[in-house]
Design a protein around this ligand. Structure first.
Ligand code: GLU
Length: 441
């Protein structure tokens, strides 16, 4: 059996972590089965659909790495892939149902007119309250009563039901993976398909999500991309909404374990979007990402801070800075908050900081540190670690009383990345300058 799947968004807005799953689950299943993935734009809501939205969806999916074999942007043998370009097809099938008496004309939109215009009608499918039984991959046997429903509006535009059934048939879709909000439509789709003489596809419905409101634009793919989240973190959290790998490990690359994925394992209960888990995952992916890639991705954010104009530094030093601070971030737009002290001198105006720096122990540490730096040719991670040990031995100051003043005098902050990584990037000269300043407070 040929596996052909589709993502069929209505281009009426942008996609977020929740509704990207319809594309993702279909893509993953297509990858697993070596099938095809089709993009179909269900643009029949004339008032709300826009090209801008369609372009945005295509761009977001491309950025996430979800690729289509067919679609309005790549072509294919089953097009056109925009429903508004397929109106003649829907009309043909609506006419067929009318001719066979399985559907009837509906003039109710003309109710307030004196004379009925016979050429202007909607089409209603006669389901007649039939009980429809069907098999679905997640829920098993489902039974639903179906009342008559409109399949084509009086302007010749199909309703969602006719569009989806005709297109899934003509595009030879084998499996429909979609959200549970459509579970109640499936009975309609199945009897409509049967009335038209089509074999219905196999259906699987994934859960809805809590904690992701459509109006909350901060979880749109576009917003997350602009904030500098990595796409693999978004794919990972989206996969977890309604599906879990057999080993239940939360961080995973689904493309490394395709054989684990089976739509019948979708959870039936609603999935909860856990912001904390997402941020944790996002941080994990930043920690393991290739540094050249991170440099390219973070450069726009670094440039926006203006630091590079104050103190131009080479790519290698920038990469070291990124490597040093990435452990404290979840997305790259945060980088500006973590790197100022690599570029700007410190003024130690903060009172708390001053009190700490002025302590006897701190001053002892600074004095000793300056001597050691003077005696060392350059500052490396190893020499920094060695110097710290010597300071501890010679001054008797240790633990927090040793590390805090050093961190504070060199970065102006109480928390941050490992100092053995920070200090060599600052370099001997800058460290000396800051220590001299701290000693004169
Ligand atoms: N256009 C529908 C939606 O975005 C497609 C649903 C389906 O997959 O059938 O919800």
């Amino acid at each position: 059996m040929k596996v052909r799947l589709r993502f069929a968004p209505s281009p009426t807005g942008n996609i977020h972590i929740g509704n990207v799953r319809a594309a993702l689950f279909n893509y993953v299943y297509a990858q697993k089965e070596k099938g095809q993935l089709i993009l179909r734009l269900e643009d029949t809501d004339l008032e709300r659909s826009s090209d801008e939205s369609a372009d945005g969806i295509i761009e977001d999916l491309k950025w996430l790495g979800i690729q289509f074999d067919e679609g309005p942007h790549v072509g294919g043998d089953y097009g056109p892939y925009r429903q508004m370009e397929r109106l003649d097809l829907y009309k043909k099938y609506a006419d067929q149902l009318l001719a066979e008496g399985k559907a009837e004309k509906d003039f109710s939109h003309q109710e307030n007119k004196g004379e009925i215009d016979e050429s202007h009608y909607a089409v209603r499918f006669k389901a007649g309250g039939r009980k429809v039984k069907f098999k679905e991959l997640v829920f098993g046997e489902v039974e639903k009563e179906v009342e008559d429903f409109i399949i084509m509006k009086s302007n010749g535009v199909p309703t969602y039901h006719l569009g989806v059934v005709v297109d899934d048939h003509l595009m030879e879709i084998s499996h429909v993976i979609r959200g549970q909000d459509h579970l109640s439509n499936t009975a309609k789709h199945i009897i409509l398909a049967e009335a038209l003489g089509f074999d219905p596809p196999i259906y699987a419905h994934f859960s809805l999500t809590h904690g992701l409101s459509k109006r909350d634009q901060s979880k749109s793919i576009q917003a997350l991309r602009e904030k500098g989240y990595l796409p693999e973190a978004i794919i990972n959290i989206a996969m977890l909404l309604g599906w879990a790998p057999p080993d239940e490990k939360e961080k995973f690359n689904i493309f490394d374990k395709l054989s684990d994925f089976d739509p019948k394992d979708f959870t039936r209960v609603n999935a909860n979007f856990d912001e904390e888990k997402f941020n944790w995952l996002a941080g994990q992916y930043l920690r393991e990402a290739d540094l050249d890639r991170l440099l390219a991705l973070s450069l726009p954010y670094i440039e926006a801070t203006g630091f590079l104009k104050e103190k131009p530094i080479d790519e290698n030093a920038l990469k070291q800075i990124i490597d040093t601070v990435r452990g404290n971030m979840k997305c790259l737009s945060e980088i500006g908050d973590h790197i100022a002290y690599f570029f700007q001198d410190l003024d130690y105006t903060n009172e708390e900081l001053q009190t700490l720096l002025k302590k006897d122990d701190s001053q002892k540490v600074f004095k000793c540190f300056i001597d050691k730096l003077d005696a060392n040719e350059s500052l490396t991670q190893d020499s920094f670690k060695a110097i710290l040990k010597e300071i501890q031995k010679e001054t008797g100051v240790k633990g927090k009383n040793l590390y805090m003043p050093i961190r504070m005098s060199l970065t102006g902050e109480a928390h941050g990345p490992e100092m053995f990584m920070v200090a060599p990037i600052l370099g001997k000269e800058t460290c000396l300058r800051r220590l001299e300043k701290a000693i004169k407070l």
